[in-house]
Design a protein around this ligand. Structure first.
Ligand SMILES: NC(=O)c1ccc[n+]([C@@H]2O[C@H](COP(=O)([O-])OP(=O)(O)OC[C@H]3O[C@@H](n4cnc5c(N)ncnc54)[C@H](OP(=O)(O)O)[C@@H]3O)[C@@H](O)[C@H]2O)c1
Length: 328
């Protein structure tokens, strides 16, 4: 099978197309013939050797896939050969075939097309988990989403709206992305490369600040979050796209009753896979009935994975980037 392998950590040129044998699934495993996979920011971190859940070299990158069940282990029930599915595979998804545990494979409703299906798993499920089980959004609350024109960003803005947020605010790193975040449901969008987002957020909220911040950027901007986080507010830390994590003093939390919460889907896949099912079910239904829109910003062939990574890490991508692996 054709697969993308990383045999040394480094730049996009480390993503090499190679041929590898197709593996048989174990008793509780499912082999999937991939139709499309998505590119996630964690793939870039993994390629650089900086992903906290990263594997040992050599490895196949990729966190999620949409495809067709091709073979199943003897203990697998509830699915059949030929079924359309999405999955969080244990082996990487930049590959013609991939293997996933049964509890991380989900039947795909007929009405959900391949591209939407491939784009949904990591970013929409993460956004759903962040707003529900992690920060526990209460209807009417104000939500701030950083990197709001990206994969998780466009998903989180829409889901915040759907889950009853009163006001949704986004930040983006360039003016060209301002309209994207607005189109996907943000009431206000600020370019944090150009202005202090905390000042802008305080002005937009008449000095009150926001109740929830979804922060995947970290770095110097992290401290600014506390300038515009209301009492009882929650910050979810779920990435460090800037390359650094911010730090927080207990003094920012104690008297104001505010909280900082961590989230990793990689860890959740490994330790609590069953807790993903409600979010997967919810987002697939919302995509099926067109409540949620999936923004596909770019498409590449499997062998063009390096171009896809370059687009994302130079901050030029919007929404999701897809790898088109095979025709159905
Ligand atoms: N914890 C989890 O389970 C989990 C799951 C999925 C994703 N994530 C995290 O969520 C974030 C978004 O993931 P995604 O796949 O949807 O990616 P994405 O948002 O489509 O792309 C990453 C975005 O990060 C922003 N960014 C800020 N500083 C950056 C820098 N120095 N270099 C590159 N990008 C920078 C850019 O947006 P602007 O130009 O608008 O700033 C860029 O477009 C990532 O940090 C990712 O690691 C975490």
């Amino acid at each position: 099978m054709r697969t993308i392998e990383v045999s040394e950590f480094g730049g996009p040129d480390q993503l090499r197309l190679v041929n590898r044998p197709v593996r048989e699934p174990g008793a509780c495993e499912i082999r999937i013939r991939a139709v499309a996979a998505s590119v996630n920011f964690a793939d870039i971190k993994a390629r650089q050797g900086l992903y906290h859940n990263g594997g040992k070299l050599p490895f196949v990158p990729g966190l999620d896939v949409a495809g067709i069940v091709d073979a199943m282990g003897s203990d697998v029930t509830g699915l059949h050969i030929g079924q359309r599915v999405i999955a969080f595979p244990q082996s990487g998804s930049y590959s013609e075939y991939t293997i996933a545990d049964r509890n991380l494979v989900y039947a795909l409703p007929e009405e959900v097309g391949w591209e939407e299906a491939a784009a949904v798993p990591t970013v929409f499920v993460t956004a759903h988990q962040l707003l529900t089980t992690v920060t526990r959004l209460i209807p009417g609350e104000t939500v701030l989403v950083h990197a709001a024109a990206g994969g998780v960003g466009t998903a989180a803005v829409q889901l915040a709206r759907y889950l009853g947020a009163g006001t949704v605010i986004g930040t983006v790193g360039s003016d060209i992305k301002l309209d994207i975040a607005r189109q996907y449901g943000a009431d206000y969008v600020f370019n944090y490369a150009r202005e202090s987002f905390a000042e802008a957020v305080l002005e937009a909220t008449h000095g009150r600040g926001v109740d929830i911040i979804l922060d995947s950027v970290g770095g110097d901007e992290f401290a600014e979050n506390f300038r515009c986080l209301a009492p009882y507010g929650r910050i979810a830390v779920f990435g460090n796209a800037s390359g650094r994590y911010g730090s927080v003093s207990g003094g920012e939390l104690h008297g104001s009753c505010r909280a900082v919460l961590g989230y990793s889907m990689g860890t959740t896949r490994r330790l609590r896979p069953e807790t993903l099912l409600p979010s997967v079910t919810a987002v697939l239904e919302l995509v099926r009935d067109k409540t949620l829109k999936v923004l596909i910003g770019a498409r590449y062939a499997l062998e063009e994975a390096a171009l896809a990574h370059t687009l994302m890490e130079t901050r030029q991508s919007i929404g999701k980037i897809l790898l088109q692996i095979a025709a159905e």
